[in-house]
Design a protein around this ligand. Structure first.
Ligand code: ADP
Length: 574
């Protein structure tokens, strides 16, 4: 934050301190002295000046209201100067109406116009709500003004005196109305608004007290502090950075029945009875007609306000109902779509199973007849051709078997034939079968098998897992590498590990290795043949035996696949 910004943020504090000090000085000076009037006029004029200054510093999107406030406060201040001229220059009390009254009364419409411009910036729904609330409060306040202040003045004094006497309370009513508009909108949370509100309240209180007996306040009294503080607070509001927000259309609030709103309704409803009570308690004659009219008006307004609240709530409920219906429709569509996807998946599995099954029969027959043919006396060429056919037919058969197995798994049809199995025997068979392949690639295939307790498992499935792991190790290890197979007991488990010095697997790929059809990037790049089903099948078989398969691998250095199976219960007990 730069220095200028910081300074513009704290300037309102400096003005508040100076304003309070000047107010204290006013009362410290000899009362009714010329110096005192100078301080008074200076405070008024400064409020007018900072109103304009504030809008230049903070640059709100709408500056006109602050210029109008400046003009209004200046009019008050000029009124003060004239008021004092009567005492110190013309040495007489001001007449009614005086030139000071003209300026004072010109100030109110300017301030009100400024507030109205700010109110116009509110969203239309905020304005609609505010209108009812303001109307209620105006009606209540106007009833009190009429009964206690204005009514008596209507019949006493000259026309000019009567106009002036009626104008002040009327202006106060209008000023209060604009304030109430704001009080019920989110803007009211800004600091600038609060200073503005305090300022207007000071002004209203001073005006009301003054209005009760104007003659008593022609000279310095403590009541002056209210007008002075009103000036100071208005100036602080204009200098506070949040004054900018008063010009911004605030986010609309959902209608709610806040305590403030309820309090307003209560005030509106109790004003007429309260006025009646005050009149009867003070022994004044009861003004039945204005009170009845006021009570009727207030009752009507409260009714309108309640109706609008109910309407707004109903609208809200309607919107909510609509949103809920839309959400339910979306949920139903999603469920239907899921069902369709599941059905498509099932059909696909069925199709794969069907095709695999139909392929297996002729493939088995091909491998059988090729084996038979190889037993005959053949030329070397023909034998070589037939061996290629046999190898490829075997690979095809293995692939078809894997596909069929997975299709059965998907359909929840894996059948196990468990028995107590000596895993060391199974691993030895698996490794022996792989030896020709290792030799063909020049890979050193070693094997250390401890005498481990038996496991309760399906022997063929175990052979399938060992086959997968060892054939993968050979497949992904370059020529001249090494593959080591070990079998050990570890706690209550039997642990088989197949370690190779092959291409390894990247950490990102390791996470997805045991998913259906997944192949690591380096396997695809090197065009190593495969389907991505072997490890998935191994995991499902291991889990069906309450065991697990896992991998540790380093790219370019090799991998270790580990199968862990729980020992058979009898073996654990022994
Ligand atoms: P396939 O071997 O048919 O591709 P698998 O399911 O057996 O399918 O293996 C999935 C993938 O895991 C392989 O494609 C390969 O990327 C990776 N992988 C498996 N074993 C090894 C290994 N020993 N070394 C490096 N990568 C391996």
């Amino acid at each position: 934050m730069n220095v200028a910004a910081t300074r513009s943020r704290s300037i309102h504090r400096a003005y508040l301190a100076a304003g309070l000090a000047a107010t204290a000085l006013y009362f410290a000076l000899p009362w009714d002295s010329f110096a005192q009037t100078l301080v008074y006029d200076a405070i008024g004029a400064s409020a007018a000046a900072v109103s304009i200054l504030g809008s230049r510093i903070h640059r709100p999107s709408l500056r006109l209201p602050w210029y109008l406030f400046g003009a209004g406060l200046l009019a008050f201040s000029v009124g003060d100067v004239f008021f004092n001229l009567y005492s110190f220059v013309w040495h007489r009390d001001p007449p009614v109406p005086s030139i000071a009254d003209v300026f004072y009364l010109a100030g109110y419409p300017l301030l009100t116009a400024g507030l109205c411009l700010l109110v116009r910036r509110l969203r239309s729904e905020e304005r609609r709500r505010g209108r009812f609330d303001a109307a209620m409060l105006i009606a209540a306040f106007a009833l009190c003004q009429w009964i206690f202040l204005m009514q008596d003045r209507l019949h006493s004094g000259s026309l000019g005196e009567r106009v002036v006497a009626l104008s002040y309370p009327a202006m106060d009513v209008i000023l209060l109305a604009a304030l109430v508009f704001f009080a019920l909108t989110p803007t009211s949370r800004t600091v600038a608004y609060r200073y503005l509100a305090v300022s207007i309240v000071f002004l209203l209180v001073a005006d009301e007290v003054y209005g009760l007996s104007p003659a008593r306040y022609a000279h310095t009294t403590w009541l002056d502090s209210f007008w002075l503080l009103s000036y100071v607070c208005w100036g602080v509001a204009a200098l506070h950075p949040s004054m900018r927000e008063l010009s911004e259309p605030a986010r609309a609030h959902a209608p709610r029945v806040s305590t403030l709103r309820l309090a307003m309704l209560a005030v509106a409803l109790t004003t007429a009875p309260a006025v009646l009570l005050i009149q009867s308690a003070t022994g004044a004659s009861v003004d039945a007609v204005p009170i009845a009219v006021g009570a009727g008006l207030l009752g009507g307004l409260v009714l309108l306000r309640l109706t609008s609240i109910i309407h707004a709530l109903e609208e809200l409920r309607g919107t909510e109902r609509l949103a809920r219906a839309e959400a339910e429709t979306a949920q139903r569509l999603l469920a239907e779509q899921n069902e369709r996807l599941r059905e498509a998946d099932r059909l696909k599995d069925e199709f794969v199973a069907l095709i695999s099954h139909d392929l297996r029969t002729p493939l088995t027959s091909i491998t059988g007849y090729v084996e038979l043919a190889l037993e005959d006396d053949l030329t070397d060429d023909v034998r070589g051709f037939l061996q290629v056919v046999a190898r490829n037919a075997d690979r095809l058969l293995a692939l078809v078997n894997d596909l069929l197995f997975v299709a059965r798994l998907q359909a929840g049809e894996m059948s196990l034939e468990p028995a107590d199995v000596d895993l060391a025997g199974v691993v030895r068979d698996g490794v022996n079968a792989m030896e020709p392949r290792a030799a063909a690639k020049g890979i050193t295939l070693t094997c250390v098998l401890d005498a481990v307790p038996s496991v309760h498992a399906d022997r063929n499935r175990m052979l399938q897992v060992v086959d997968n792991l060892v054939s993968n190790a050979l497949k992904f290890t370059p020529e001249g590498g090494a593959v080591h197979v070990s079998l050990r007991q570890h706690d209550d488990c039997v642990r088989l590990e197949v370690t190779d010095s092959g291409i390894g697997i990247a950490p990102n790929d390791q996470r997805r290795l045991f998913q259906r059809f997944f192949r690591a990037e380096n396997a695809v790049e090197r065009q190593v043949p495969g389907t991505g089903l072997g490890l998935y099948i191994s995991r499902v078989i291991a889990e069906a035996h309450d065991g697990s398969v896992s991998v540790r691998s380093e790219l370019g250095r090799g991998s270790t696949f580990r199968l862990e199976l729980p020992m058979a219960r009898a073996a654990v007990a022994a």
